[in-house]
Design a protein around this ligand. Structure first.
Ligand SMILES: [Zn+2]
Length: 200
């Protein structure tokens, strides 16, 4: 269960894409969503050197040559997800304002609202995108297919406690309980290697 933002654009050529960064091809943006905690000492799905963050942003991309998200999940290299840690603090992050304002209009699980303000996806990336952790892993939601090339940036972005509260106010499917702690606990490595890459 999460809050997902997707684009109402159907022409693949108009969608943002990522390539380089040792991804092995071009990936087209599909959606982004957040995971967050009930308190700011938890919420991220990854930990970096044992540290969990208040929230984690996932920018989900599918391999462009597979044509769509639905088709790409059939392939081992179908998806590339960029993971960005959100460090809780006191000061509002103005780059998150269009999203936070959008949350305020959502009353029920499954509601769809258009964001009033468009913004470049670049605004959601940390200042330094040259250093990141890379591994092959799975989707963190069922069916957890092992088809994701993960890129978790070492640099973080910030979010204020007030902004986090707007996420924590969202109601789940039962219309009663708030959506919090919608992150999957850290999984064992199971022999996978996590590579730290610094692009020069
Ligand atoms: Zn996610």
């Amino acid at each position: 269960m999460d809050t997902q933002v997707s684009w109402n654009i159907t022409d693949i050529a108009e969608l943002p894409s990522v390539s380089g960064g040792e991804l092995g091809g071009e990936y087209t943006f599909a959606q982004f969503h957040f995971h967050w905690g009930s308190v700011s000492t938890q919420g991220s799905e990854h930990t970096i050197n044992g540290i969990a963050y208040a929230a984690e942003l996932h920018l989900v991309h599918f391999k462009t040559e597979y044509g769509s998200l639905g088709n790409a999940i059939k392939y081992d290299d179908g998806l590339a997800v960029l993971g960005i840690m959100l460090l809780g603090g006191l000061i509002d992050n103005p780059n998150l304002t269009p999203i936070i304002d959008g949350l305020a209009t959502i009353q029920n699980s499954g509601d769809e609202e258009s964001l009033a303000t468009m913004f470049p996806l670049q605004n959601l990336l940390p200042a330094n995108t040259n250093t990141f952790y890379r591994y092959s892993g799975s989707l963190t939601t069922p069916t957890c297919n092992e088809i994701v090339t993960w890129t978790v940036f070492q640099d973080v972005i910030t979010i204020s406690e007030n902004q986090l509260e707007e996420f924590r106010k969202l109601l789940g499917d039962d219309g009663e309980h708030h959506i919090v702690d919608n992150y999957r606990p850290v999984q064992p490595l199971n022999g996978r290697t996590v590579e730290k890459i610094t692009l020069s």
